[in-house]
Design a protein. Structure first.
Length: 89
């Protein structure tokens, strides 16, 4: 388990939205490490769209981290499914 936690610390994924106009980097500890916003995504008349893109990119990154955690746990447990919600998955 400790080995998996160490591997997850070094894991970085990128979630994107709007065809890559917004991206969010996240590490295996579910911490945001980077946010990139293309100038095309910034419309002072439509802040709601930018907020939606940031939220969607964050959600995408979060889903990717959770999937990686499941893969790591599966390799650790030999493919045995663990109860939903265990270890925050």
């Amino acid at each position: 388990m400790g080995e998996m936690q160490e591997r997850m610390k070094s894991l970085i994924v990128t979630g994107t939205a709007g065809g890559g106009m917004v991206s969010v980097g996240m590490n295996g500890q579910m911490e945001v490490t980077e946010i990139k916003i293309s100038p095309e995504a910034v419309d002072p008349e439509d802040i709601d769209m930018l907020q939606d893109l940031i939220f969607a990119a964050f959600s995408d990154a979060s889903a990717k981290i959770k999937e990686k955690m499941k893969e790591e746990m599966s390799s650790l447990t030999g493919g045995i499914d663990l109860p939903p919600g265990l270890f925050g998955m």
